[in-house]
Design a protein around this ligand. Sequence first.
Ligand code: CP
Ligand code: NVA
Length: 322
Amino acid sequence: MTERDANMAHRHVLSLLDLTSSEVRRVLFLAAELKSKFKRGVRPSVLNGQVLALLFQKQSLRTRVSFESGIRHLGGSSLYLADDVGFGKREPTQDIATILGSYVDAIVFRGYRHQDCVDLAKFAPCPVINGLTDHSHPCQALADALTIMEAFVEETANQRPITVTYIGDGNNVARSLGEVCGHLGWRFRLASPAAYALEPEFYAQLSERFPQASFKAYTDPVAAATDAHVLYTDVWTSMGQEAERAERLVAFAPFQVNSKLLSIANPAAIFLHCLPAIRGEEVSADVIDGPHSRIYPQAENRMHAQKGLLYWLLHDRFCNEA
Ligand code: CP
Ligand code: NVA
């Protein structure tokens, strides 16, 4: 394969480590451009006729609707495929990936096992985007970064360090947030009970790939939250972990994001949550519904960020490299 063929080949987004830092910045730039156009009533039809399949094993509000609306704004259309496809039950992943990928231009997969997403990408003749697995949630992290950049315009424009503190479960959302912080040269801190930390190899991998950023694990939420620009949390029990809920409630009890924790962060700190949230568990109602919260712009940004991703993946790459 020549370098040009490689450039023209389809790309998968299984995690944000599949993109270079300049590609992540390009996607975020496109997202901001498309958002600004959208607010002015402009919807460029660059993906006219293109079809996006959403193959979902789990429930979704944000990921599903933001992708379905986003592709329509860009002139394309979407197909929502849930349990009726029989993914994992009716036929091998290889057959589903090969056939589905011959009908559509890209597949968004939301599932339990990350390996299923990897297998889909192995066989699909089109890009596969991870719409959440047990391993990561890259589309969420793109929207998170866009929201942080909007809140700290001067700092991000002048490449001043931003401290992003995630308090809670070292899960899919936390992992992708760490990755986007790496790409953007930010300081990522994660405070969790020791049993729910992200694996040390993950920190080692990020530190090696992104020497301009920093990554630190904590078991003390106070130390992690001190002077942070962003306080971020997610549910303590993710989809598929419902049987562990009682023990998780006990383990995570000291890790609630509340006004006391917020008071030691940077005075301009913002609160983020991927949603859905449980008020009174991982976050107190006064914080999530208070003046520092950016949860609704963050959720809206899912759509703008994914439009940037679709634009880059299915259009921009080919324009630039042709
Ligand atoms: N944050 C997020 O992915 O939301 P949904 O589960 O509603 O898609
Ligand atoms: N960690 C959560 C995120 C939901 C958007 C889950 O996987 O259920």
